[in-house]
Design a protein around this ligand. Structure first.
Ligand code: PNS
Length: 162
């Protein structure tokens, strides 16, 4: 089965992540949305909250070939553990390139058999970031259209309390 892992912090999951996920669903038979358990980054949403939110969206949208999970440690080890030969990443603009270039080189060194595939963000999403959404939400601003509709209320409510 053609399987990929779509990893990220997803703190929170945005409409830009959703766009990338739709591309992955169209190309792969199984897609793992894998939330990094990154306590060191001090995420606003706990790993359980992020996994639950994304699962809720996946169920609401009937995305049958998507599995939502979390991982610790090395991404390439996680990809191997779920039988994925591919990793998916989204690119918004040149600002993402340097970082992605670096982690691509490191991941290739660790696991030449795991290929990373990049999707360019739609121009209308190129300005989006989880950190921007966190800031707007924490200040009571409207995040409609910036996060998937099915989880907008949960995200907005949680950010208001952050
Ligand atoms: O959404 P993010 O924070 O840009 O995602 C970053 C992620 C999860 C892809 C990256 O931090 C990662 O792969 N972390 C796991 C640790 C790892 O494998 N490190 C080696 C390559 S840098």
């Amino acid at each position: 089965m053609r399987t990929c892992v779509y990893p990220g912090s997803f703190d929170p999951f945005t409409i830009g992540h959703h766009d990338v996920l739709e591309h992955a669903i169209a190309m792969f038979e199984r897609v793992y949305v894998s939330v990094l358990n990154n306590a060191a980054k001090h995420p606003v949403f706990s790993v359980e909250e992020r996994v639950d939110m994304i699962r809720q969206m996946v169920e609401a949208e009937g995305m049958e070939n998507v599995v939502v999970c979390h991982f610790d440690g090395l991404l390439v080890e996680h990809a191997r553990s779920v039988g994925a030969d591919y990793v998916i990443r989204g690119l918004r603009a040149t600002m993402d390139f340097e970082y992605e270039f670096q982690i691509n080189a490191l991941n290739r060194h660790l696991a030449p058999d795991v290929e990373t595939v990049y999707f360019m963000a739609s121009p209308e999403h190129s300005f989006l970031s989880s950190s921007g959404i966190r800031e707007i939400g924490a200040m009571g601003g409207n995040i409609r259209g910036l996060v998937p509709d099915s989880i907008e209320n949960i995200i907005a409510e949680r950010l208001r309390k952050s």
